[in-house]
Design a protein around this ligand. Structure first.
Ligand SMILES: [Zn+2]
Length: 206
């Protein structure tokens, strides 16, 4: 599967196989911690930052909003302003990435990313969580350190590698639980969205 060019590749190998006479099937997994859908912990870019094992679980469970971004280059504050993003929200950005990047195992270099200015906007706004639909919040070509550092030092947890191709903009209940890796800089996660019952959609609660 696709992975960040400078990260280790993903391999899953059957090391015990019932077809070969073993009593059970058993696989060996090798990959970078930032493969596929995954969480970035503060420790990814901040040496003394929290590890993924210290992530408050309620960060990744609760009401979330999928915001559709029309800009085909980057996510910018001008566009975010229209969406009235509030303190404490969980925001998942659906960009043009979702419609094509997951259809290939080749790394896509020119994916839509969060601009430096938008990262600052989101951190200052105090959102709880930001999710993006490719493998980094920051640009591949221009480097993503500033965006990562601004979000993570601002208390914003990050989900990367979401596939939102089948998801419409709107409110959902998010469940996204990463592996509890000791002092982990990140960890693979399974992320799901559940539709919010119409009667509850107006509530802004957890
Ligand atoms: Zn990451």
């Amino acid at each position: 599967m696709v992975h960040w060019p400078s990260d280790p590749p993903v391999t899953i190998k059957r090391v015990k196989d019932m077809e070969g006479g073993d009593t059970a099937n058993l696989s060996e997994i090798s990959m970078g911690a930032h493969s596929g859908t995954h969480i970035d912990a503060p420790r990814h870019f901040i040496q003394q930052g929290q590890g993924v094992d210290k992530m408050p679980l309620d960060t990744m469970i609760g009401r979330a909003r999928v915001v559709e971004v029309t800009d085909t280059k980057s996510i910018k504050p001008e566009e975010l302003l229209q969406h009235r993003i509030r303190r404490g929200e969980r925001i998942l950005f659906k960009t043009r990435n979702s419609s094509h990047v997951w259809q290939t195992d080749e790394f896509v270099e020119d994916f839509v990313f969060i601009s430096d200015e938008a990262a600052l906007f989101l951190a200052e706004r105090g959102v709880r969580l930001v999710g993006v639909d490719y493998l980094s919040v920051g640009s591949y070509k221009h480097g993503g350190s500033y965006v990562h550092r601004t979000l993570l030092s601002g208390g914003v947890w990050i989900i990367e590698g979401l596939n939102l191709s089948g998801v419409k903009a709107g409110k959902y209940d998010l469940i996204c639980l990463p592996l509890k890796l000791d002092k982990g800089d990140g960890a693979p996660a399974r992320a799901i969205l559940k539709p919010v019952p119409a009667a509850r959609a107006g509530e802004s609660k957890e």
